[in-house]
Ligand binder design. Sequence first.
Ligand code: FAD
Length: 268
Amino acid sequence: MAGLTVREKERLTPIAGTYDVIVAGGGIAGVAAALSASRHGRKTLLIERMYGLGGLACLGLITIYLPLCDGMGRQVCKGLNDEFLRLSISRGWEDKYPDTWMDGKKDHGSQRFEVGYNANVFSILLEQTLCNAGCHLLYGTAVVDVLKQGNLVSGDRIQDYKRVSIEKTLNYIDDHYLEHLTLAGISRNVNMSPSYLEQLFKTLNGFTMWDYILTKRVSDAEKYLVSTDLRVLDISMKCGFASLTYFNRVFKRITGFTPKDYRTKIRM
Ligand SMILES: Cc1cc2nc3c(=O)[nH]c(=O)nc-3n(C[C@H](O)[C@H](O)[C@H](O)COP(=O)(O)OP(=O)(O)OC[C@H]3O[C@@H](n4cnc5c(N)ncnc54)[C@H](O)[C@@H]3O)c2cc1C
């Protein structure tokens, strides 16, 4: 196993955008805050670490809204709360909502307003409502820190889950590239499906995971060829190649030379 490493490169983090209001978390509370800010003309960004809105109420499948009233027919929650509740059942769901609450009557008798709704539909409706109000959304991203100027929050530091997973994968490969690696093993390490990880790695890096692994192995092999008299077969085995033929082929593809020619050329 190669030495364990932690990759913590110094880097400049660009400010990705400027907003009047940034809301962290797209649960019901966050959606309400973002919607209110957007409707008041503020340039607003809502950052949600999952890939949908609604928090516990949608992603957590707590799909019951109660109570909007006090159980005696008196409405106690209004404004956005009322709007969201009605939105949640606007495409129809369980037949629980009493007519007296739905037909706009002021007198609800003693009927309690309690509804159930479809979590996925409600989540999409919340997204539509925010987009219609001009709010920007950033999914799969967590707010990890705030930047402050005095007592004022001037920005959020965010973490992109996809990028973190790929960084983890790079670190994992750096530590294990000389061992027998499989796509299933690598993807288990970051809890992603193998095909998704493979595709994401290529998209974010511009090269495949296998290109990265083979380039690291060949780079080690180059060092052995230059600085030792080890046989090419021994070098290929040391560098994680299962067969000499495969090693020769990969080495030539990456460097343009066979291992033997490479050694001769370097030592001339
Ligand atoms: C077991 C249980 C039963 C309940 N039953 C009912 C009920 O019957 N009726 C009812 O009306 N209410 C019920 N509730 C309460 C209701 O679910 C919550 O009050 C409501 O969902 C809270 O909304 P929220 O937006 O404050 O938080 P959440 O719904 O928790 O939303 C928070 C959101 O923020 C995101 N987030 C967290 N940290 C970050 C970060 N750093 N960066 C970016 N995003 C982040 C999360 O992914 C999540 O989407 C129940 C709650 C529980 C736990």
